[in-house]
Write a protein that binds this ligand. Sequence first.
Ligand SMILES: *Cc1c(COP(=O)(O)O)cnc(C)c1O
Length: 451
Amino acid sequence: MVERTRFLLDEAQIPRAWYNIAADLPVEQAPPLHPGTHQPLGPADLAPLFPMALILQEVSTEREIEIPEPVRALYAQFRPSPLVRALRLEKALDTPAHIYYKYEGTSPAGSHKPNTAIPQAFYNKEEGIKRIATETGAGQWGSALAYAGAMFGIEVKVYMVRASYDQKPYRRLLMETYGASVVASPSMETEAGRAILAEHPDSPGSLGMAISEAVEDTVKREDTHYALGSVLNHVMLHQTIIGEESIIQMEMAGEEPDVIIACAGGGSNFAGLAFPWLGRTFRGGRKYQVIAVEPEAAPSLSRGRYAYDYGDTAKMAPMVKMYTLGHDFVPEPIHAGGLRYHGMSPQVSLLKHHGFIEARSLHQRPCFEAGIQFARTEGIVPAPESTHAIKAAIDIALEAKASGEKKVILFNLSGHGFFDLTSYQRFLAGKLEDYEYPAEEVKHALESVEV
Ligand SMILES: *Cc1c(COP(=O)(O)O)cnc(C)c1O
């Protein structure tokens, strides 16, 4: 008999609610603080940036939050996403482990990011907002929001990190195809951007800088809101659609994961896959080994400090308690642009701080190697970010081989790499370099963090 490898659900099985981990957290969350006064933020402080529906989700402790019908209707363009058993990869590794991946690259933007872009555009539309300003690293968030903006008739302005703007011209063209306008960050269009360029004319940019520009753009205009593609609680919430589906699909496969893995930049695809499983643990279920994988060039969870820090370089975004490398830290221009962030989701950070999850950091070259092995066995070219999860899954599968254990591994394949082929070109030509963990720069940047 042919072994089953694809576990598919139909449209009617798209979950009706997102899972809010705040309902089950066994430890207390630290509130976000106002960047100016350092006092806890109230809903009114956030109202210039976000629609009230999202602000309420940010602080909600309801376990299930209903997914609005127009959002489910758009999810149906690409959800439920497939769960796949990586049988050919298992064979190549000659491992007794079973490896499953949830594939989020089937969305129009090619990653998990539309899972939150769609509801964010929807709630803004409901509140009468005409325009959204945002930042993007590798361009995946920008293209997800550009797509969602097109679906709801909202204008989208994207500040795109300079390093990616130069490395990934097709991402910019994708955003423009969806109707968004895109500028390289730091730009001359904002005070924050001009200040950075005055000091560092060749700045490769960073997510922290681009966030400052998008927030400044937002607060200067009545018709505009801001949208963040990761880090915040409401983003983690929307992404739980991934894990909710994976629970049903693993049941179809007749297995339960021992190890759950995802890459982590701001933490959203990791949270999306892992939180629904962790929720089961917190409600009295079994424990899973849950691993967030970061790049060695920006290892906030593995090497950062757990402290209140600003989400952006210009200190305009709220302060949150998280693992941080310092808001001044500018990561090396690694090809996994979506992982180049100094901070981490406060919820993911809290779970790490209390030992409910673990973190690993990896160099980009072995990750690309794993990505290529994956492409040559499973047929999918993964996003550079996703190769971090693949590499960690392969490492665990090889450990299982050495010890003869039959482990079940579930990882999130957060996106495809069709817009990242220049990175693959560099790797294949032997030109991709590894960056050492920049201990000195992090030490310097951490001096600006108040504990
Ligand atoms: C943005 C992105 C990431 C990193 O963001 P998280 O919020 O940590 O998920 C990872 N993979 C892909 C494909 C991305 O687009």
